[in-house]
Design a protein. Structure first.
Length: 309
């Protein structure tokens, strides 16, 4: 069995993921919980982390590297930001040590875009970019990272030149629960309606200025012509993703297409949307990307290069 080398943690707003990683890079143990920043700020970050370290039998000498909201201003210890244009390698150099602990715990910074016309921040996604593209990335890449707050980033030669955040996931949740469209999607079945999704993506991509009208058509079309709640749900989803792509693709499109960092249903939906718009895409699993990024951080911070070849 591989000897444990370090612990990697992806600490989001509402979720916590921990991996006990061996010196060969293999994942030895894994923990998941809903103890994200919102919960940990009440229970105590150190207490939450220690409970999971105890559960996987992590020795007191094992270092921990963390990305995500634990480094936010309202998190455990503020890790600040690296400003764009941000070299991915500089993220590792700016890791912040958590004071007052017997164990070495480091938190990675986020990236800030200090442009008064397009201010933006990311925290956690920078580690996914690092894991997906590597420290020695060459050429250009346009990266899409779907989620509650989707990120689109232009990366050139290992440097994040600019990025933009889209509240796609959060808008889907709010619109489908808190507006008139909640009636349209009530009791929707799990089954997908691919045709409804595709047509909504195209309509929003072709006419993003009609966004508010396209969303209302989900309800009016159902009232006048019928249609299932599942189809209505897919139209809302397709409309919002189509709007995101209309903005995300307007400036940049790498020669080799889009690099998509996603998992599960989001990966399926975004791949389908890109395919609908005839945009080539290279897909990387989001969890694999964040683990790779944290592994690179551990290797750099604690000089473990020999162990992680």
């Amino acid at each position: 069995m591989s000897k444990a080398g370090y612990v990697a943690v992806d600490w989001g707003t509402s979720s916590f993921r921990l991996w006990l990683v061996g010196r060969t890079g293999a994942v030895l143990e894994e923990r998941r919980s809903p103890e994200g920043m919102m919960v940990a700020s009440k229970l105590g970050f150190a207490a939450v982390l220690q409970s999971h370290l105890d559960a996987v039998g992590a020795g007191n000498d094992l270092p921990v590297v963390i990305c995500g909201m634990a480094g936010a201003r309202q998190g455990w210890v503020e890790a600040g930001y690296v400003d764009t244009p941000a070299q991915l390698a500089s993220i590792l150099a700016r890791a912040v040590a958590v004071p007052g602990l017997s164990r070495d715990v480091r938190i990675l910074p986020g990236i800030a875009q200090r442009n008064p016309n397009a201010p933006d921040v990311m925290r956690g996604e920078e580690t996914q970019l690092l894991g997906a593209l590597g420290l020695d990335a060459q050429g250009d890449a346009v990266v899409c990272i779907p989620g509650t707050h989707s990120k689109w980033a232009k990366v050139k030669g290992g440097t994040v030149e600019r990025f933009a955040t889209f509240m796609t996931g959060e808008l889907f949740s709010a619109i489908s629960r808190e507006t008139i469209l909640s009636h349209a999607v009530a009791n929707a079945e799990e089954a997908d309606d691919i045709d409804a999704f595709r047509s909504a993506v195209v309509a929003a991509f072709d006419a993003p200025e009609l966004a508010a009208n396209l969303l209302f058509r989900v309800r009016s079309g159902q009232l006048l012509y019928g249609g299932s709640a599942a189809a209505a749900r897919e139209r809302i989803s397709g409309t919002l993703i189509g709007l995101e792509m209309a903005a995300g693709l307007v400036k940049d499109q790498a020669e080799g297409g889009i690099t998509l960092i996603a998992s599960g249903r989001l990966q399926q939906l975004y791949r389908l949307a890109f395919d609908t718009l005839s945009v080539p895409v290279r897909s990387i699993d989001a969890e694999e990307a964040v683990r790779r990024g944290l592994s690179m951080a551990a290797a750099t911070i604690w000089k473990l290069q020999e162990d992680y070849k």
